[in-house]
Design a protein around this ligand. Structure first.
Ligand SMILES: [Zn+2]
Length: 346
């Protein structure tokens, strides 16, 4: 019987045929993507999950296509995966056919990210924790071929995170979004290495939060801040209860990722009480696969939660000191210009 899996595609839209990506460099350079394995992999119920079907979680818009049956991995071994070179750092293992230095800037960044995730969320910083393996294909063509042959029901995305009872794995290829993609997906992997389960909306909100590079966690996603402020002005109202009901990637749209990110940012940065609610909730996820709703604790701790949240997101784009800063030169490419143009978009 195929193992139960939880699959999460990268949030962004599929690549267009004309999309340009940098040619593979002589050494491995990278950026990440998103993977979500919301299922409680360590529990007996996981087997039941596998019987019922594959769970599709993930980032951003896009249907699962093909249905659950089409998502079951068709390979029984590791053929087709990049495995000529490997680099290990704490919980991270990168497999690639390109030679990647052990101290490549991306590896160093992911090591820092791991500490930031654990420190910020007060998760156990166990260097012997479950590994997250990144399969980094040399180019889009090789990656696309592997995904299509192995998971023929999956729509194309720049990266996938697939969690099974055997391993937490990220699949992606060398391209100009590799940095943010890897930050996002590795965050998913770290969460699922520590927690028994993570609600979909919170899983994505945290991955979005840590996806944004910065010296400290919490750098504002420019695009999200601008769009949320505009939405508030247009009469939009948040609904954390609705987010908590989302269970499948097909149900999550781009706006839901934005709102999930904003709730995480709000909890971590608005008041100590809000942060404590999130930290306590994450601790509960270490011990149970049937958690309460986070909103219950949040509303109890913060009277007039919605009004506070609205005020927070309405002004997020004015916190210039939190806005995204240009990425290090080795990662930038077109990223900086893209970020600026998105931030200024209506
Ligand atoms: Zn994700």
């Amino acid at each position: 019987m195929p193992p139960p899996q939880k699959i999460s595609p990268r949030k962004d839209a599929p690549l267009s045929p004309s999309r340009k990506y940098r040619p593979a460099p002589p050494v491995w350079a990278a950026t990440v993507t998103c993977v979500v394995q919301v299922c409680t992999r360590r529990l007996p119920q996981l087997v039941l999950c596998g019987v019922l079907g594959v769970f599709l979680a993930g980032c951003h818009t896009g249907g699962s296509g093909g249905g659950f049956a089409g998502l079951m991995g068709k390979r029984k071994d590791d053929t087709g995966l990049p495995q000529r070179h490997s680099v290990a750092a704490d919980q991270l293992v990168v497999m690639s056919n390109l030679k990647l230095g052990a101290h490549h800037p991306l590896v160093e960044e992911l090591k820092v990210l791991r500490n930031q995730v654990h420190d910020t969320l007060q998760l156990p910083n166990d260097k012997d924790g479950e590994k997250v393996t990144v399969y980094l294909f040399s180019n889009e063509m090789e990656y696309r071929k592997y995904i299509q042959e192995t998971y023929p029901g999956l729509p194309f995305r720049r990266a996938y995170f697939i969690g099974t009872p055997e391993r937490l794995a990220v699949y992606t290829f060398w391209g100009d979004k590799i940095r943010e993609d890897l930050r996002h997906e590795y965050t998913h992997g770290l969460l699922h290495a520590s927690l028994r389960t993570v609600p979909l909306w919170l899983d994505e909100g945290l991955a979005e939060y840590f996806e944004v590079p910065g010296a400290q966690p919490g750098t504002v996603n420019n695009e999200y801040a601008v769009r949320l402020a505009g939405a508030v002005q247009s009469g939009w109202r948040p609904d954390i209860h609705r987010l908590e009901q989302l269970e499948k990637v097909e149900q999550m749209h781009r706006a839901d990722y934005r709102e999930s990110w904003a709730w995480v940012h709000f909890m971590l940065h608005s008041t100590p009480d809000g942060k404590q609610v999130l930290l306590d909730y994450l601790q509960s996820l270490r011990d149970t696969d049937h958690p309460d709703l986070l909103s219950n604790s949040l509303i109890a701790a913060l009277p007039e939660t919605e009004a506070r949240f609205l005020n927070y997101v309405a002004t997020l784009n004015t916190y210039r000191q939190w806005m995204s800063t240009p990425a290090p030169e080795q990662f930038t490419g077109t990223k900086r210009n893209e970020t600026i143009s998105r931030a200024n978009a209506p």
